[in-house]
Ligand binder design. Structure first.
Ligand code: 5GP
Ligand code: MN
Length: 334
């Protein structure tokens, strides 16, 4: 994005428009924080925005301001498609390719609206008129903050917008510990707190929202943890039966993958989760240093993400998927 892009977007936003704001499927804290932060900003500008998520967002994000206004595409395809058809502008946030919205991809691809992408993943597709893509950012929320500044509208920032943005910076940085956390991140966070953000409340709302069952599920995942010591790698899994045993609901497995990386000396980890309803094994990868799980997920498991955090999927059984993973790990040098 250059100065001219910002001028053109300001011109677009000079009169009220129908605006759809889209996070990726199975949205996380950054996807929901960035879309709702932008939503509140655009409302203040006098626009008519609506956040449309491809599918449900987890309960631990339901405290985000105005999350109750979020439309869910997969719950009500016809009505939501009608809203999309009327959009003049579509913002796509925290993803780099339309297929990251699942089935909604086909509806989005048909729209005549002006697309604006704001995202920090590698290799962005070329579908947007304005592409604000930069992998050096730790979160899309930080990009939304800079986007608002780039438009020259810093004066519109308030506690509500700042709260949404704080949430995504916090979750995507692992509470300010991943290497993507820069001094600039902390300066932005300091500004957000000056705007009135109650940081303790946000940490509580996101991280202290376990149920008894979700903690027991974490316990099972820790019991299932395996180590491949000569490859500094660990992995765990949760079968469909185990999810059922602990009354799994969306969001319950969030963050479990990180425990595999907390083992001393381990630089790569994965979790394999058997989702029977979608007939896929959903995989999350995490790594440290220059071990590139984005490349690994892209090459072998239909996925992608960032160097140290990526995801993918497999259409074979849980056992076969894990077997394939072990085979691949035995061949690479870590
Ligand atoms: P998570 O493991 O938390 O689901 O995702 C980690 C990172 O990888 C996030 O940035 C997420 O957007 C990305 N990611 C997760 N699953 C996929 C996938 O199937 N394809 C791609 N391209 N990226 C993914
Ligand atoms: Mn993100």
């Amino acid at each position: 994005m250059n100065e001219r892009d910002f001028q053109e977007i300001n011109a677009l936003l000079a009169s009220p428009k129908n605006i759809a704001i889209i996070p990726h499927r199975s949205p996380d804290g950054d996807a929901m924080g960035s879309t709702l932060g932008l939503y509140h900003f655009l409302k203040k500008l006098g626009q008519k925005p609506v956040v449309i998520a491809p599918n449900e967002f987890p309960d631990f994000l339901a405290w985000l301001p105005s999350s109750e206004t979020v439309k869910i595409f997969e719950k009500d395809k016809e009505a939501v498609s009608e809203i999309l058809e009327k959009a003049d502008i579509v913002f796509t946030l925290d993803f780099n390719a339309l297929h990251r919205t699942g089935e909604m991809e086909h509806t989005l691809a048909r729209l005549k609206a002006t697309f604006i992408m704001i995202d920090h993943h590698q290799k962005p597709d070329d579908y947007a008129t304005y592409t604000f893509s930069n992998t050096s950012y730790g979160s899309t929320c930080e990009m939304v903050y800079d986007f608002i500044l780039g438009l020259g509208k810093a004066d519109l920032l308030d506690k509500t917008i700042a709260t949404c943005i704080y949430c995504g910076i916090m979750t995507d940085s692992g509470s300010f510990r991943f290497p993507s956390t820069t001094s600039k991140t902390h300066r932005i966070v300091a500004d957000l707190i000056d705007l009135g953000v109650e940081n303790g409340y946000i940490h509580n709302s996101v991280y202290d929202s376990n149920t008894y069952n979700s903690l027991q599920l974490l316990g099972r995942a820790l019991q299932n943890l395996k180590i491949i010591p000569n490859k500094k790698t660990s992995y765990t899994s949760l079968s469909a039966q185990e999810l059922e045993d602990f009354r799994y609901v969306k969001g319950d497995t969030e963050g479990i993958v990180n425990y595999g990386l907390s083992l001393k000396g381990i630089v790569m980890t994965a979790i394999f989760i058997e989702h029977k309803d979608e007939n896929i094994i959903k995989i999350s990868f995490r790594s440290k240093g220059d071990v590139d799980v984005n490349q690994f997920a892209r090459e072998h498991f239909n996925g992608g993400g960032h160097i140290n955090a990526a995801g993918g999927k497999s259409l074979t059984s849980l056992q076969e998927t894990i077997h394939k993973f072990e085979g691949l790990i035995s061949q690479i040098s870590i």
